[in-house]
Design a protein around this ligand. Structure first.
Ligand code: SAM
Length: 271
């Protein structure tokens, strides 16, 4: 999978993609991340990428010509001239975009190439969005000073779902925000076999050595080797954490009868 990032600050990415799973995925040739300096597509002495907004008002706007030239140099034609299934998605990072989520990240793994346009100042001339972009993505309800951190978030979240990037192929599915409508395999006692956030729940809490830290002991159930009891405890923790921090996720989570019973016992009123 290939990511192309167009930005006025390519230097902002140095370091971000040089560590951990992202670095390994690139070293193994599973993903490629290319950075393109928008100023390379200007033709004036000052390498100007911005201009004053029509209609007046605060700030500057990224002008369309360098962005369009960057797109053409990457072989990206305007949407109207692109084949609908050409394997490329052009994304404008924008506070006005649709919310980026694990499910959008999952959808993006279906394409071969993701092109990310990073805005700056008051944003990008809207005609670039209209002419070249397949979607506008926001990483949250707050305003960043540029699209670079948002682009890095999208690359990281999508890349780790590319097959082979995580050691265990299934692990992406079993984290927080795992597929909500996935079939939940249960054992004979109705306890889900999944070890993480499958079913659209948040992940359960994790512990490692030492057994006691800061006067707090790790939950004894995790130390006794009873795997069915451990799964049951983890599932209950997922339900508790999701109810406390993200009750909205419970509305669309795939829940077993046992889950509903646990939720009942901890005060979830829906069932
Ligand atoms: N005037 C814009 C607005 O109110 O929606 C904010 C522009 S912001 C200062 C500059 C750039 O940062 C945007 O063009 C976009 O690329 C990026 N940006 C800001 N917030 C973002 C968010 N929540 N998600 C993704 N990109 C964001």
């Amino acid at each position: 999978m290939r990511f192309d990032i167009v930005t006025i600050f390519p230097g902002l990415f140095s370091g971000i993609f040089e560590h951990g799973i992202v670095r390994r995925a690139q070293a193994e040739g599973r993903v490629t991340v290319n950075l393109y300096d928008l100023r390379a597509f200007t033709h004036d002495r000052h390498r100007t990428v911005d201009d004053r907004p029509f209609g007046g008002g605060e700030g500057m706007v990224l002008k369309p010509e360098p962005l369009a030239e960057a797109m053409e140099s990457l072989g990206i034609a305007p949407c109207a001239r692109r084949a609908p299934e050409d394997g490329t998605r052009v994304i404008l990072l924008s506070a006005q975009g649709i919310p980026f989520s694990q499910s959008v990240a999952r959808q993006l793994t279906a394409v071969d190439r993701v092109v990310l346009l990073c805005g700056r100042y008051e944003g990008v001339d809207e005609r670039i969005n209209q002419l070249y972009c397949d979607m506008e993505l926001s990483i949250g309800d707050y305003v960043l000073s540029g699209g670079e951190l948002a682009a890095a978030v999208v690359v990281d979240a999508v890349m780790r779902l590319v097959p082979g990037v995580l050691g265990n192929e299934a692990s992406g599915e079993f984290e927080s925000f795992g597929v909500p409508d996935a079939e939940i395999a249960t054992d004979e006692a109705g306890v889900p076999r999944s070890q993480h956030g499958a079913g659209g729940l948040l992940d359960y809490p994790h512990y490692t050595r030492p057994v006691e830290f800061g006067g707090v002991a790790a939950p004894p159930v995790l130390l006794n080797g009873d795997h069915s009891a451990i799964r049951r405890w983890r599932r209950e923790q997922q339900l508790r954490k999701t109810m406390a921090n993200r009750p909205d996720l419970l509305e669309r989570a795939a829940l077993t009868d046992e889950d509903k019973r646990i939720l009942d016992s901890i005060g979830w009123k829906k069932y």
